[in-house]
Design a protein around this ligand. Structure first.
Ligand code: 13P
Length: 254
């Protein structure tokens, strides 16, 4: 945690969830009691097909909603794409950009990610920018240089705590059940904080830095209390409201 930064727990449903999953949103909203909602922000990023229904269901609750990707342009001949403006029109608050699955599956480069971040800002969305090294890069001791490059090139000038959240997701920890050790996470998050502070000054000091990769109820307390870990980006464990709420419980006594 970082003093004065309200933690954010964001669930990334990825390509999971049809309409029958919407009952999980109601359960989340009901489980996020006033005491917990004061301690943290909770967001769910469902597939685009459920986005508008999700924001409608979350209306008048503390639950926030985000999308998982956007196109950099406002509109035009880009079949199958969705603009940040369309996401904003669905009344979402966040958009994840640069997730490693998109960097790998769709060949998104740092420059593509930076353009999408700017699109989010243009549409008044907070961008959740994902960065993270692969297992080979981690094993070769290259994690910090990879992250430095991703921070320089995926996050445009003008990033502030209100418009940008950074999510550190080591690729080798996503969906594998493996996580870096708490000491490793402490060290890497301190490094990310330094890089952000150097680049964005006070804004970098106040920016939310999430950890993502195999966060679950059983490791949440240990991982989320680490310095400069200001919340989590949760994949698999976000699909069940009870599990996501159990992760949020880590903050109840803070
Ligand atoms: P898991 O929590 O399933 O490891 O996924 C993490 C992730 O990629 C969130 O964006």
């Amino acid at each position: 945690m970082t003093p004065d930064i309200k933690p954010l727990v964001a669930g990334n449903w990825k390509m999971n969830g049809e309409r029958d999953k919407l009952d999980q949103l109601a359960l989340l909203a009901a489980g996020l009691d006033a005491e917990l909602a004061e301690k943290l922000d909770l967001a769910v990023c469902p597939p685009a097909t459920l986005l508008y229904v999700a924001t409608t269901l979350a209306e008048d609750t503390p639950l926030m909603v985000g999308a998982q990707n956007c196109h950099a342009e406002v509109e035009g001949a880009h079949t199958g794409e969705i603009s940040a403006e369309m996401i904003s029109d669905c009344e979402a608050d966040f958009c994840i950009v640069g997730h490693s699955e998109r960097r790998t599956d769709c060949g998104e480069t740092d420059a593509d990610v930076a353009a999408k971040v700017k699109a989010c800002w243009r549409a008044d969305l907070t961008a959740i920018v994902c960065i993270g090294e692969t297992e080979a890069q981690y094993d070769a001791g290259e994690a910090e240089s990879v992250l430095r490059g991703q921070i320089s090139n995926s996050i445009p000038d003008g990033a502030e705590e209100e418009n940008t959240v950074v999510a550190y997701e080591p690729v080798w920890a996503i969906g594998t059940g493996k996580t870096p050790s708490p000491d490793d996470i402490r060290e890497i998050h301190a490094f990310i904080r330094e890089e952000l502070a150097e680049r964005f000054g006070g804004h970098g000091e106040r920016m939310t830095i999430l950890y993502g990769g195999s966060v679950k109820p059983s490791n949440a307390s240990e991982l989320l209390m680490i310095e400069n870990v200001d919340g989590a980006l949760v994949g698999g464990a976000s699909l069940k409201a009870a599990d996501l709420l159990a992760i949020c419980e880590a903050y109840r006594k803070t």
